[in-house]
Design a protein around this ligand. Structure first.
Ligand SMILES: N[C@H](CCC[C@H](N)C(=O)O)C(=O)O
Length: 285
């Protein structure tokens, strides 16, 4: 039995167990991660973030993400900001801007002088096969919105891949939105072969939204960085938001600023805070 060191961090209440996998040996597996995620009997977190040495020459680090259910996933936006803060504060890097390889592509977080972190989250993907989403026919595959049948109701979703899959629903009032019932049903809908994160977006103004996200492998979280990026891309693509200024995304845990211009290969930029809570260690076989 050895001791595994970790740092508990969060981005707007989306919380993480962050592990330096460079200076300590950690082979991630589903069972211990799911057990540590438990809020009454474990450490308690939405995701576990693992720092590893890069595989690509141009990258500074490899960043692996595991949901509370133990599933390894491609991207985590709030986690990317905490990742950059962690590697700088722990002396793993002296750079304020780093190149990070993830299963969902390369991202570049930057520590700003005001304490916030800005991340180039890469290019959003909208084609059904890139989500992945199983369109019902050619016409559906060409549409920006898709009609999902959930029991006896039909829900219109816009799908965006930010490295990980998102389905965005426009609602009148996020307080009244059936986030848990519809979120769970859509997360596991047969047209999403890798499941999906589900965002409920209320348009407040052309540069302001309110958002709640039912995350794949977790449930509703206080905030979702890739969900905020996906919602803004969906809102602009649907013509509901302007793309000439950053969009203010108000989540239950706080606010992110998201920028994207509706042009080919345009990158999505996310700016927001990070917070370290405590350092800990846990017995590890
Ligand atoms: N639940 C997500 C991963 C974490 C995303 C979220 N915490 C963020 O800040 O982007 C998924 O299964 O793709």
């Amino acid at each position: 039995m050895t001791k595994l060191k970790f740092t508990k961090m969060h981005g707007l209440g989306n919380d993480f167990m962050v592990i330096d996998g460079i200076n300590q040996k950690f082979n991630p597996s589903t069972a211990p991660i799911a057990a540590w995620a438990q809020r009454h009997t474990g450490v308690g977190f939405d995701q576990l973030l693992l720092i590893e040495a890069p595989r690509q020459a141009e990258a500074d680090f490899r960043y692996r993400i595991f949901n509370a259910d133990g599933s390894e996933v491609e991207q985590c936006g709030n986690g990317a900001r905490c990742f950059a803060r962690f590697v700088y504060d722990k002396g793993l890097s002296s750079k304020k801007q780093i190149v990070v390889e993830t299963a969902g592509g390369v991202i570049m977080p930057r520590l700003n002088d005001d304490g916030l972190v800005t991340v180039d989250m890469g290019v959003p993907l909208l084609a059904p096969e890139q989500i992945p989403f199983a369109a019902i026919d050619e016409e559906d595959a060409r549409s920006i919105s898709h009609q999902l049948v959930i029991g006896n109701e039909t829900v219109s979703v816009t799908c965006i891949n930010m490295g990980n899959p998102h389905a965005v629903i426009v609602v009148e009032d996020i307080e009244q939105a059936p986030v848990h019932r519809l979120g769970a049903a859509i997360e596991n809908h047969k047209q999403f072969p890798q499941r999906v994160n589900v965002g409920f977006m209320q348009i407040v103004a052309s540069r302001r939204i309110r958002l709640r996200v039912f995350e794949r492998g977790v449930g509703e979280t206080q905030a979702c960085g890739t969900g905020a990026c996906a919602a803004v891309v969906a809102g602009i693509s649907l013509g509901l938001l302007g793309d000439d200024e950053p969009v203010e995304v108000n989540l239950p845990g706080g606010q992110l600023l998201i920028s994207w211009q509706q042009q080919p290969d345009a990158h999505v930029w996310m700016t927001g805070p990070t917070q370290s809570v405590f350092d800990g260690e846990i017995d590890y076989l």
